[in-house]
Design a protein around this ligand. Structure first.
Ligand code: PLP
Length: 424
């Protein structure tokens, strides 16, 4: 393992300033101001569960790039697969000849996903996967209405934003795609009440991620599945954040032994090395895309480099039994955090989650900022949630060690003590 000293760059301060100036001039001055205010630094190297900045400081990753780094940074099996593919054929001719890595990955996805999910469409990000799933649902049913959940998050392009449930991110872009309805997450009666003959699909996350790690009541996913079956509605499960081991099972829906008609994946699918997204559907639902295979397409979707990364990532997740590791480590982390919460009842309102996706809800947004600051100071990366600023998300890589979890717990307890002194 590298030491902090030999990573530090001699001209670190110069490089940080130069990069900030480019952010200011060419990226986004508002973002540059925010980064300056946060006293940000420059990332230069990632390895395993650690990120190193230009000053040579090492950070333990407790964020996983929002559930991208289930395998940690630069997992050797994924890097090797991408390097080998790079030497062979990095990009395809784009649909003039057969693409073996794409076919291999689609086969693998059919094998690891639950139920009869069979056909995959590969794209480059989460929001694209959701767009495709919504288009397929409308085409397969000939209906238009989509029921989604309040506070849900599905991405920021027009269709996925229409499905997302936080008005603050949507209002300035209206009118969005029509015929989306939002009901409270976890409330099956509210959902059943808005179903009409025009309902094409229900879309939701098995656990709301950006909404603040909200776990629905036990049996909710099964109830939603039953409602869809009774009313002939498609169920789209957005597993972009919960999929591939994160919650302690391979998929979030495995906790209730149900399968959707369409599943979306992205984030961890690229093994933390390549960007890739996918939606996977049953043969009946996929039929319209079979009839018209060019109705939905993507230039870079299914490119061999991303597919090689995804195949290696899935193999590593299975070989290292990361879902089980996430379950065990998650239980340990959750119980230790609850011990800390018991000492600071006015400060920490709730600790919740499944596997290694855990939300810590504070009494006030201000404590979130100060906790993140203290953790960063101690060399730990963590962030709040996009749709719930009172919550810090804890999503360490699934390969994290118990000693590293203990290192985090010690820093978290220290930050709680600092917050308590702010309270009094
Ligand atoms: N769906 C869920 C559940 C997500 O958490 C996210 C991103 O955080 C997305 C969709 C959008 O993915 P992307 O940022 O790759 O477009």
């Amino acid at each position: 393992m590298r030491t902090e000293e030999n990573i530090a760059l001699e001209n670190a301060e110069e490089l940080i300033e130069e990069t900030l100036e480019k952010y200011d001039k060419y990226v986004n001055p508002g973002f540059a101001r925010l980064m300056r205010f946060l006293g940000t630094t420059l990332e230069v190297k990632t390895e395993g569960v650690y990120m190193y900045d230009a000053r040579g400081k090492r950070y333990l990753d407790f964020l996983s790039g929002h559930a991208v780094y289930n395998l940690g940074f630069a997992h050797p099996k994924v890097i090797k697969a991408v390097e080998e593919q790079l030497k062979l054929i990095p990009q395809t001719s784009v649909r003039t000849m057969l693409n073996k890595p794409m076919a291999d990955l689609c086969e693998k996805l059919a094998k690891i996903t639950p139920g009869n999910l069979t056909y995959s469409f590969l794209c480059n990000s989460g929001t694209e996967a959701v767009e495709g799933a919504l288009k397929l649902a409308r085409m397969a049913t000939g209906k238009t209405q989509i029921i989604a959940t309040q506070n849900g998050f599905h991405g920021k392009s027009m269709g996925s934003l229409s499905a997302s449930g936080r008005p603050q991110y949507k209002e300035v872009f209206e009118p969005l795609v029509p015929d989306f309805l939002h009901v409270p997450f976890g409330d099956i009666s509210a959902m059943a009440a808005v179903v009409t003959g025009e309902t094409a699909a229900i879309i939701l996350e098995p656990i709301q991620g950006e909404g603040g790690v909200i776990c629905p009541p036990d049996g909710y996913l099964r109830d939603v599945r039953r409602l869809c079956d009774d009313k002939d509605i498609l169920l789209i499960l957005d597993e972009i954040q919960t999929g591939l081991g994160r919650t302690g099972k391979m998929f979030g829906c495995d906790h209730e032994d149900i399968a959707p008609d369409i599943m979306t994946l992205a984030k961890a699918l690229g093994g933390g090395v390549m960007p890739i997204g996918a939606f996977i559907a049953t043969p009946e639902v996929f039929a319209p895309f079979e009839e018209n295979p060019l109705i939905h397409s993507s230039t870079f979707g299914g490119n061999p480099l991303a597919c090689a990364a995804a195949i290696a990532a899935i193999d590593a997740i299975i070989e290292e039994d990361l879902p089980a590791q996430a379950a065990q480590k998650g239980e340990y982390l959750l119980s230790k955090l609850k011990d800390i919460q018991a000492k600071y009842p006015d400060l920490i309102m709730d600790i919740r989650g499944k596997g290694l996706t855990i939300g810590v809800e504070f009494a006030d947004e201000g404590y979130v900022g100060s906790t993140i600051y203290t953790l960063q100071d101690r060399g730990i990366l963590a962030l709040h949630m996009l749709n719930n600023p009172k919550v810090i998300r804890l999503q360490p890589p699934l390969i994290i060690g118990y000693d590293q979890i203990d290192f985090f717990l010690e820093a978290f307890a220290h930050s709680a003590e600092i917050n308590k002194s702010l309270l009094t």
